[in-house]
Design a protein around this ligand. Structure first.
Ligand code: GLY
Length: 353
């Protein structure tokens, strides 16, 4: 049986754990943080909004991989531990101009997904928008994960399948065949996989040079009370509003090269101002604001494949939640020497060399 050690127990590491156990590997996950995560933990997956948004304005060579990942979320939900933590309610996307809205709908059509223009009356029947809203599109293929619920569900699923998850196991060094924790514990493996988010140390970067390409970007969110129900995620220029299981969040700032997770009241105020310009009635702060540190890659898409002596699943940028399931599929193909589809091989870290 192949022994695999995964460094990092965020959404990417846990999806890999589940998938690799299903494939028959012996799996150990080493996570530096405690098991009881909160939005204030350094784990970016816990602080994230949890958006599963595969249809975008921009055309990308990797967009079909994003759709594949979205479809895995949807297919896996029925029997999953985390089923109640994911909701597929679609999204209203407000574009900056009529041309941008047309481009978004053309993208959706080209990808075989549904997107339809919404006029203000249609919008108002569904959501508490003000009169100012133009260029709105409804996208059916979009969802939202409740990060804390799904992270705990994925950990339960991985354990039920027989994976070992070690929390508060901060990895100091890795080689091709072992990971060593700060306390000196050694975990031997046939394959080491690094999924450290933005938190790779020099030693991890020495083992996997691709990790040097990853830059941190702070993203701040604020929980809010909306004047009316939000039937779907809203994505607008400069902010989004997402209804999760127990809260509505506004996000997010994008502040490069920041590792500090202190929320900045001015950033929350700016998000609230943007939301208030769009919704009728007052969007009020619900009392919490927090920030996560995203691992940004040079092109905004993850690096998945071999780097140095190990495998990396890194640099998921703004889409860790969306891309975690396909990341696990691709990592599984590398671990079990299965054939790589063209779109999967295209995410290899070699593209940044
Ligand atoms: N995908 C949400 C964000 O990066 O803010």
């Amino acid at each position: 049986m192949k022994r695999v050690v995964i460094v990092g127990g965020g959404v990417v590491g846990l999806w890999c754990a589940v998938r690799l156990r299903q494939g028959g590997a012996q799996v150990t996950v080493l996570e530096a943080e405690r098991e009881d995560l909160s939005v204030f933990s350094p784990t970016a997956s816990a602080a994230a909004a949890g958006m599963l948004a595969p249809v975008e304005h921009a055309v990308s060579p990797h967009e079909r991989v994003a759709l594949e990942s979205f479809d895995i979320w949807r297919r896996s939900q029925a029997n999953a531990e985390w089923a109640d933590g994911v909701h597929f309610g679609g999204a209203v996307v407000i574009s900056g101009s009529g041309e941008e809205a047309e481009a978004l709908r053309a993208n959706a059509q080209r990808l075989g997904r549904q997107a339809r223009a919404l006029n203000i009356a249609q919008l108002r029947k569904l959501w508490p928008f003000s009169v100012n809203v133009a260029h709105a599109t409804f996208i059916a293929d979009e969802g939202i994960a409740d990060p804390l619920r799904v992270l705990s569900g994925l950990a339960m699923q991985a354990r039920a399948l027989g994976a070992l998850i070690e929390y508060e196991a901060d990895v100091a060094n890795v080689t091709a065949n072992a990971a060593m924790t700060q306390e000196g514990r050694v975990y031997e493996a046939d394959q080491v996989i690094l999924a450290p988010g933005a938190w790779a140390t020099e030693k991890l970067m020495d083992a996997a040079p691709a990790l040097r390409q990853i830059r941190p970007a702070k993203g701040q969110l604020v929980s809010v009370i909306l004047p009316g129900p939000l039937g779907a995620t809203v994505r607008a220029p400069g902010f989004y509003a997402a209804q999760r299981r127990h809260d509505v969040v506004l996000g997010a700032t994008l502040e490069f090269d920041r590792f500090d997770r202190r929320p900045d009241p001015a950033a929350s105020d700016a998000l609230l101002a943007k939301a208030n310009a769009l919704f009728t009635g007052e969007v009020k702060p619900a009392g919490q604001s927090w920030a996560g540190i995203r691992p940004m890659s040079p092109d905004g898409w993850p690096a998945i494949g071999r780097s140095g002596d190990v495998l990396v699943a890194a640099g998921h940028s703004r889409n860790g939640w969306l891309l975690a399931p396909i990341t696990a599929e691709i990592i599984s193909a590398y671990v079990f020497d299965a054939s790589l589809e063209t779109g999967w091989a295209a995410l290899s870290p070699e593209r940044f060399a």
